[in-house]
Design a protein around this ligand. Structure first.
Ligand code: 5GP
Ligand code: MN
Length: 337
């Protein structure tokens, strides 16, 4: 089967446009949102392998660093977490899995007005922040899925480390093929990766079986502290700076905890609130079915997807809990199933 037969019809124009845009770029900074998750890092890595195949100069910008949980991931080329000494002078950037400049981190956001940029993303709510071109597909399971189609359009086989990078994005953004974004298209693409030698079980093993004891202790503490509200339909948990210090755990150790809170019977929406500094906290929301936590996050200045969203609140933990409860109650009232 010709490679581009794997690109669903509705993605062909976008994939073609992006393959052309990349041909016109060189000396490219590749970046995704700060504090990358699996899709952000997988997309950045996949785009690097793609640009390498196209013979382009590039470097990866990952800020503040590659998370420890994802450090097993091979990355192509030079990786930088600061912009003060760039390996080349020309300014062009490929911005992935992110629709808003501020989520790229303030250093890069500041440079962008002077740069030629292309944006590939699957977050709903915008037309893209690229100055040269944009490809925004809210129906795509992961940004890595879109990068895979660009590679196929450019005639690049999805093998080796490129396939692993794409699989990382697909596996993590679908919650291990469990979320509503697990579509036939993305499963067909995953089948192609597996056929080409991508080892999903090994990837799962590296993602899952990698905990520190500090993380396990922290999760134990937090599990004992989860509360439920609004007739058991909202699960809530707060983590203070002190909790992290006492348990000797890091923010990264909280990754995935909010998904476990969703496991409670009757719970339709879960909120994890993390204190980052006095008066500043980050919230993570998860929901089921048509309960739209993106909308709830948006009312508080954040964003994301229908069933997974987040943001930052500049208020005390107590005030943040109240604001989140109100926003989630509204989401539950307007959500059906
Ligand atoms: P998490 O809860 O894992 O940090 O984020 C879940 C999703 O919410 C992410 O994939 C991202 O789409 C979105 N998200 C998280 N934090 C923010 C934020 O501060 N602003 C926006 N716009 N989206 C966010
Ligand atoms: Mn994503």
């Amino acid at each position: 089967m010709p490679l581009n037969e794997f690109i669903p019809l509705r993605y062909r124009d976008g994939a073609r446009r992006m393959a052309l845009a990349l041909q016109h770029m060189d000396r490219v900074l590749i970046a995704a949102h700060a504090h990358p998750d699996g899709d952000a890092l997988g997309s950045v890595a996949a785009a690097g392998y793609l640009l390498r195949c196209l013979g382009k100069n590039f470097f990866l910008y990952v800020t503040p660093r590659v998370p420890h949980d994802l450090s097993f991931m091979p990355l192509p080329g030079i990786q930088l977490s600061a912009l003060d000494r760039l390996p080349f002078t020309h300014r062009s950037a490929l911005l992935l899995d992110c629709g808003e400049p501020h989520r790229l981190g303030q250093d890069l956001a500041k440079c962008l007005p002077q740069w030629v940029t292309v944006n590939i993303d699957h977050h709903p709510g915008g037309n893209g922040m690229g100055s040269m071109d944009n490809w925004i597909e809210p129906e795509a399971a992961a940004t890595a899925q879109l990068i895979a189609y660009v590679a196929l359009e450019a005639g690049i086989p999805l093998e080796g480390e490129l396939a692993t990078a794409i699989a990382l994005g697909l596996v993590t953004d679908t919650g291990g093929f469990r979320h509503g974004n697990t579509t036939p298209d993305m499963l067909r693409l995953t089948a192609l990766l597996v056929e080409n030698g991508c080892h999903l079980a090994a990837l799962r093993d590296q993602l899952d079986n990698n905990w520190t004891l500090e993380r396990m202790r922290l999760w134990g503490l937090l599990m004992s502290r989860v509360t439920v509200r609004r007739q058991n339909t909202i699960a809530f948990c707060s983590v203070s700076l002190k909790d992290l210090t006492v348990s000797k755990a890091t923010k990264e150790d909280l990754e995935g905890f909010v998904e476990h809170m969703r496991k409670l019977r009757d719970v339709r929406a879960a909120a994890l609130l993390r204190e980052d500094a006095p008066g500043c906290c980050k919230f993570s929301l998860r929901s089921s079915g048509s309960v739209d936590v993106r909308q709830a996050a948006a009312t508080l200045g954040g964003g994301g997807h229908r069933n997974a969203a987040g943001g930052t609140l500049h208020m005390s933990m107590h005030e943040a809990e109240e604001s989140l409860t109100t926003a989630l109650s509204q989401a539950l009232e307007s959500g059906g199933y």
